[in-house]
Write a protein that binds this ligand. Structure first.
Ligand code: HEM
Length: 515
């Protein structure tokens, strides 16, 4: 064979491949629209991978957003990741009637398949009619229709008065631990009902599961196991140990919160959402409806509620207090408002919310300023989509870049300053929920996968913050430095961002006047 034949053949193949790709791109362009801009080349791919594995991909995505605009594509091999950098784009892509059925799936995930009961879950599966029906049921049980709204509020208030009682003799506290224990108790109540039946063991089981979940739900473990799921069984590799520990922690939770609850369930005495889901399951079965709720769906809801309701809420509350420690003026303004409406004799309740606009605005500003979950939860598209003249290729991961959306200078004046007033009008009233400023806040996602726990979560945040501030003044301890309040300074490493734990001082407000 002529020695030139092989190189020439190789070159021909490369050219043919390039022509073929170009033809596909031209065809796609005609069918769907132009390609999405974004970085190419090995340097960018290296930066992307390094960001992903070090859990600081938001920094890379932030730079890309400023350079390429509202929609940015990064393609690694055949996998496209599309960053959505504008709240309007996010809302349109996930809510628009013509597109929403194509843009609201979830990417395949190891944790969804192997930990959260595979196709039986709600948060990690594609948007199908079954998934939509599960969401409806979950929404209904979370709302606790009728008198149950008061019941859940009453129980939360009870947890908080126990907490204030515990704090009243203290002069300093470890705030992060305290908040996380309180949030945990509330999840217990949400799942299983009144705390009178609470056993320390059930609480520990929940705490352990959350810790293991946090350690497992990181990019590198998820990506490696998603590509090579068999590694979960290979002895000697850390994946096996981590997977088995999480699975065991999950099964312990199910023992306490599913099997024990099911064995003691009574339709006339529903205690929490597990009982409400058991009732919905029985009713659907009786009605002969095609849609049913399996035991695994209830178990998946327990996992989802526990994981979703714990980390982001704990981090949001403790970061809010970290900010208040460094802005005593804001703390004082909140206290004055709460004390004026609630007073020393009463405990804050949900009915006070509408009269406390500054407190509400501070909570919204915390969700914006801290953005503890920089990318929220990814969406996925199983088909090619034409969106605003652009081609979103099938099997793309769609990432809501909340980290950037919440700090855009064209949307937020002085974005790195904590300013609750931006959510108030000139009369000091809270902006309506459909006001353009509030629409730019996407902390709970958007469209048909928007967080179903949003209302519950905001009510709970309100009760925690209002109750603590009505009872105590929080201040920095002399000689004990606080972590920075600026989220850019917080450590990388977890999907949910948080500052290092911190201690602070506390003084009773008007506690003596209470019974
Ligand atoms: C500060 C607290 C919370 C924040 C910031 C938060 C945020 C989010 C976000 C960003 C998503 C993804 C939305 C999307 O894909 O468009 C989500 C989904 C979800 N959240 Fe939350 N969440 C919080 C609390 C809760 C609570 C308390 C619950 C349950 C009681 C909950 C249950 C869920 C579930 C089940 C999903 C998946 C919905 C689906 O895929 O259809 N979350 N949350």
């Amino acid at each position: 064979m002529d020695p030139c034949t092989l190189p020439v053949l190789g070159l021909c193949l490369i050219v043919l491949g390039w022509l073929y790709q170009r033809q596909i791109r031209t065809k796609d362009k005609q069918l769907y629209g132009r390609a999405i801009p974004g970085p190419t080349g090995w340097r960018s791919m290296k930066a992307f991978l390094s960001g992903a594995f070090n859990n600081n991909l938001h920094i890379f995505a932030w730079e890309c957003a400023r350079r390429y605009g509202d929609v940015v594509q990064v393609t690694l091999g055949s996998q496209a990741t599309i960053f959505l950098n504008n709240p309007k784009t996010i809302r349109k892509l996930f809510s628009d009637n013509d597109i929403k059925r194509f843009s609201n799936d979830r990417p395949p995930s190891f944790i969804g398949k192997y930990i959260v009961y595979d196709t039986h879950n709600m948060a990690f599966t594609h948007r199908t009619s079954v998934q939509q029906q599960r969401r409806k049921v979950f929404h209904r049980v979370l709302k606790f229709y009728g008198e149950n709204v008061c019941r859940i509020e009453g129980i939360i208030v009870k947890v908080l008065s126990k907490l204030t009682e515990h704090m009243k003799n203290k002069s300093e506290i470890e705030l992060t631990d305290l908040v996380s224990d309180t949030v945990l108790e509330m999840i217990y109540i949400l799942l299983a009902g009144d705390l009178t039946s609470k056993s320390q063991e059930s609480m520990n089981v929940l705490r352990h599961f959350n810790r293991k979940w946090e350690q497992f739900f990181v990019f590198e473990i998820e990506t490696v196991l998603q590509c090579f799921p068999f590694l979960r069984k290979v002895p000697g590799l850390p994946f096996k140990r981590k997977y088995e520990t999480l699975l065991q922690a999950r099964d312990d939770v199910m023992e306490h919160y599913f099997h024990d609850m099911k064995n003691t369930y009574s339709k006339d005495q529903e205690r929490g959402i597990v009982d409400y889901l058991l009732t919905a399951q029985a009713e659907l079965l009786e009605s002969g409806d095609d849609f049913t709720i399996t035991d695994d769906t209830i178990k998946a809801s327990i996992c989802e509620t526990t994981a979703a309701a714990y980390v982001s809420s704990t981090s949001t509350v403790s970061t809010l207090f970290l900010i208040l420690l460094q802005h005593p003026d804001i703390q004082e303004k909140m206290y004055t408002e709460i004390a004026g409406v609630v007073g020393a004799e009463e405990t804050p309740q949900l009915l006070h919310r509408s009269q406390l606009p500054y407190v509400e605005a501070t909570i919204l500003e915390t969700l914006r300023y801290t953005t503890v979950s920089p990318f929220l939860l990814p969406h996925y598209t199983r088909t090619d989509i034409s969106f605003e003249g652009m081609h979103i290729p099938r099997n793309s991961v769609l990432v809501m870049n909340a980290w950037h959306c919440h700090r855009r200078e064209d949307l937020w004046e002085d974005p790195w300053t904590f300013k609750p007033e931006r959510f108030l009008n000139e009369k000091g009233e809270l902006l309506a929920s459909n006001h353009p400023v509030r629409m730019n806040l996407v902390a709970f996602g958007a469209g048909s996968r928007q967080c179903p726990g949003e209302t519950f979560s905001k009510s709970r945040l309100f009760l925690i913050v209002a109750t603590l501030l009505n009872n105590f003044e929080f201040f920095p301890l002399e000689g004990v430095p606080l972590p920075s309040e600026d989220p850019r300074d917080w450590p990388d490493g977890n999907v949910i961002k948080a500052p290092e734990p911190f201690r602070c001082g506390l003084r009773k407000r008007h506690y003596e006047t209470k019974a």
